[in-house]
Write a protein that binds this ligand. Structure first.
Ligand code: NAD
Ligand code: DAU
Length: 353
């Protein structure tokens, strides 16, 4: 094995696709999946690769500074791809503390551990921080986020991610730590945790529950199939400029209400039911506080510099996603039992069945 890479958050939604891609594509790399297995982490996501000789799982919490030093000393990674985070905006509104602990302090602990073992030997080393377009705030009806857009986070989640981005850049500027960042738009696809809009609606359609649309449903997001994000991370990790950041997006904007209607249509078709069956479940509910109107990414830098472009159209991606959830109802049942029920009842208490 000629390289050891720690991928944090590898048991989560995007992390599991990144881990799978690296384990399969680079048999000569040793991939360490470091994850605390919070409610969002699920080793079921990686059953197909867990026996591979170049894969190791380490259960640790990135908020534990001493544990991070220990793991880095033990495995001596050449690279870090950092995805571990508290990732859901609504949970950050209900309780911001875990977001500061994991997203800010946890990121700093990883930066300190990398710095401690790489000090004076930065050649061939790389810390890739995976971030979000939400750090840029909200757009009006026009315009796109570029890498130069000023940070303007509005939710506790995006504020914590913005803070972590600043720390990553500060460690580069101050200590010379070799870093790259990616700021991506909304992902969707297999293994997406059903607290987020698309998998939540798929789960609710399958269990005949209301589809809660915040506010007037005119909020806009730019959706990217998760496997294309994993490909972008691979490219930037290997070929991105030291100290650089790259926006990643789907060139694919949808208003929430149109997206959910399209989802309803496709699920009805796949289940062989009359069109309109799922749509009848749409229910407008109280808006998310501080709800950002529109996100849209200008992904021309990564396209021009590294040749990346989404490979999956939204039509294909949504169809594959629905098929995956229909074929993996046991996965969905497992992640929606227990604590999920408590979260759901609290978050959606105004929605009557
Ligand atoms: P997720 O919530 O599905 O998974 C997060 C993973 O991190 C889980 O496996 C969890 O167990 C782990 N984790 C959480 N706290 C931890 C801790 N303290 N120590 C160790 N592990 C911990 O998240 P996701 O949607 O896959 O997002 C992954 C990353 O990508 C995040 O950094 C997120 O900000 C970023 N991102 C997500 C999206 C998106 O649309 N989901 C878009 C852009 C960027
Ligand atoms: O833009 C990237 C970000 O995308 C990531 O950084 C976050 O980790 C990820 O969670 C996602 O954030 P959003 O808040 O955009 O995703 P979510 O799926 O929660 O919501 C998408 C849109 O749908 C948003 O406008 C809020 C709305 N929504 C969401 C839920 C859960 C609803 O109308 N009803 C809902 O029940």
């Amino acid at each position: 094995m000629n390289r050891t890479i720690i991928i944090t958050g590898g048991a989560g939604f995007i992390g599991s696709h990144v881990v799978r891609n690296f384990v399969n594509k680079y048999p000569e790399y040793h991939i360490i999946n470091l994850d605390a297995l919070t409610y969002a982490g699920n080793l079921e996501n990686l059953r197909d690769i867990e026996e591979k000789p170049n894969y190791t799982f380490v259960k640790e919490d990135i908020t534990d500074a001493a544990a991070m030093i220990r793991v880095f000393e033990q495995y001596q990674p050449d690279g870090v791809i950092h995805l571990a985070a508290e990732s859901h905006v609504d949970r950050s509104i209900a309780d911001p503390t875990a977001f500061v602990m994991t997203n800010v302090i946890g990121t700093m602990n990883l930066l300190n551990a990398a710095r401690a073992i790489w000090e004076g030997q930065f050649e061939g080393k790389r810390f890739h921080h995976v971030s979000t377009d939400e750090v840029y705030g909200a757009l009006g009806d026009t315009g796109l986020f570029t890498e130069e857009t000023a940070y303007d986070p509005h939710s506790p989640y995006s504020a914590s991610k913005a803070s972590s981005d600043h720390f990553v850049r500060a460690y580069h500027d101050t200590y010379g730590l070799p870093i790259v960042l990616t700021n991506c738009s909304n992902n969707y696809g297999p293994n997406h945790f059903p607290e987020k809009l698309i998998p939540l609606c798929i789960h609710n359609i399958l269990t005949n529950q209301p589809l809660p649309i915040y506010g007037d449903g005119k909020y806009t997001r730019d959706w990217l199939y998760v496997v294309d994000h994993a490909v972008a991370i691979d490219l930037v990790f290997h070929e991105g400029k030291n100290g650089g950041s790259y926006n990643v997006g789907g060139f694919n904007e949808w208003q929430n209400i149109d997206l959910v209607k399209e989802l309803c249509k496709q699920v009805d078709e796949k289940l062989g039911r009359p069109t309109g069956t799922a749509e009848a479940l749409i229910t407008f509910v109280k808006d998310r506080p501080g709800h950002d109107l529109r996100y849209a990414i200008d992904a021309n830098k990564i396209n021009k510099e590294l040749g990346w472009y989404p490979s999956v159209t939204f039509e294909e991606g949504l169809s594959k996603t629905i098929d995956w959830f229909l074929d993996n109802q046991e996965w969905l049942d497992n992640v929606t039992s227990g604590d999920y029920q408590k979260y759901y009842e609290e978050q959606y208490k105004e929605v009557k069945k």
